[in-house]
Design a protein around this ligand. Structure first.
Ligand SMILES: [Zn+2]
Ligand SMILES: [Zn+2]
Length: 319
């Protein structure tokens, strides 16, 4: 890897991205990510209109609806325009450089390109979905990361747009994890990305929908609002949460985090210190940094309490 100026490199990536962005925006198509997002929003919006679960509010009068919609625009468009794509590409370049420096010029472990597309598709899909699961698990398990992920969990009423209500720092966790399968398997099929985006994005938007579904056996393979709502429970059955899936629930089965009670009423949603959560975008942008970097102060863990812990706390209060 020749000597490069990181700022220049970032500038080049940014210029290339800007050109690409303007051509893409000007050409609507089913395989254009900038149009897949509004298409999925529309689809899930219609689902919520047609099959509402909680009827005390309408699709748009739900708590936080407009803020969530802004998050969709911020995460899927503005963040990229502010240079996030260029930043991710620069980090990727440096990562490759690091691998070269330690003598791994081409880290391909298995040349997936020599297998039929259908095999490539399933292998990469499973690996990406697992990486997504693992990244989400880390966001819950590591205190530092939970400060950022808490923004997603501080929502008290969910709808399709709640999906994108998260802190952009989460991408820093997911980007390298999702990039690894491609690097190690020598795989970069554009048609794969498009199908992956349609499926992956549909399931994440769908899992937050306020829709009445009775998914039964489907829940044992794919995520649905029935299982994801339990992921958002204020007090769940396990310390660090349950149901971390984003598309396939098989990882939760394998690692013992699957929770799908059929006879329990839906949980209260949110986080323990709900009242302290800012309601504005700027507040939610800043708070995790303040909390995560508050060095020297041991603060008490704020991840969701288990129900047993909550019962103990209530008993204590009664005494
Ligand atoms: Zn979560
Ligand atoms: Zn969620």
């Amino acid at each position: 890897m020749e000597n490069v100026n990181i700022f220049e490199l970032f500038g080049q990536y940014f210029a290339a991205f800007k050109d690409n962005f303007s051509t893409q925006i000007a050409s609507p198509a089913w395989d254009n990510p900038y149009y897949i997002i509004p298409a999925i929003c529309l689809l899930t919006f219609i689902l919520e209109l047609a099959l509402p679960k909680k009827q005390k509010y309408s699709v748009t009068s739900r708590k936080g609806f407009w803020l969530d919609l802004f998050y969709v625009i911020f995460i899927d468009y503005l963040l990229l325009l502010f240079g996030f794509f260029a930043l991710a590409s620069t980090v990727e370049y440096l990562f490759r450089g690091g691998l070269e420096a330690i003598g791994i010029a081409s880290p391909v472990l298995f040349d997936l390109k020599s297998t039929p597309f259908i095999v490539q598709f399933f292998v990469v899909f499973l690996l990406m979905d697992f990486m997504q699961w693992f990244g989400h698990f880390l966001l819950h398990r590591v205190d530092f990361l939970w400060n950022f992920h808490k923004i997603h969990h501080a929502q008290e009423e969910l709808g399709f747009a709640s999906t994108r209500h998260f802190h952009w720092m989460e991408y820093i966790v997911f980007k390298p994890l999702l990039f690894l399968p491609f690097l190690f398997l020598n795989f970069s099929a554009a048609e794969f990305i498009v199908i992956y985006l349609w499926i992956g994005w549909f399931f994440t938007f769908f899992s937050h929908c306020n829709v009445k579904v009775n998914a039964r056996w489907f829940n044992y393979i794919f995520i649905s609002p029935e299982t994801h709502y339990w992921h958002h429970a204020k007090a769940g059955p396990m310390r660090y949460g349950v149901n971390f899936a984003s598309t396939l629930t098989i990882w939760d089965h394998i690692f013992g985090f699957f929770y799908y009670p059929k006879d329990e009423k839906e949980p209260e949603l949110g986080v323990e210190d709900q009242e302290k959560m800012p309601r504005t975008f700027i507040g939610q942008f800043v708070l995790p940094f303040v909390e995560a970097f508050r060095f020297g102060q041991r603060k008490k863990r704020q991840q969701p309490m288990t129900r047993a812990e909550r019962r103990r706390q209530e008993k204590k209060k009664m005494k």
